[in-house]
Write a protein that binds this ligand. Sequence first.
Ligand SMILES: [Zn+2]
Length: 122
Amino acid sequence: MRSRYSAFVKHEIDYIVQTTALGQQQALDVKAISDWSKANQWLSLEVVQAQEKLDKNHAQVEFKAHFHDGQQAQIHHEVSHFVQHDGVWYFLDPTTDQPITMKQPCICGSAKKFKQCCAQFL
Ligand SMILES: [Zn+2]
């Protein structure tokens, strides 16, 4: 989570893509992410709270990213969810415009159905 923030600060968009849930990477709007990363001056990351064990393989992090948009200071406040797959944590992006059915294999790569895995966190 902190590493994703650092990547954002440094405009390392490839890292942002690679640390998003495997089944969502294709659906990311890479240009929009890149533009937002570059349009602002990123000042600091404040982790409000983290719950590392929502269940066996999901975690929640609430954070505030402080930035300056060129006109005034702003705070991006977000509650993010992460899923662990093969020992690596991936971000679950709630903003991807991608049809997912409840019965399909989960986007995180687990062998479970979406409904029984990441659906509750998106
Ligand atoms: Zn899943």
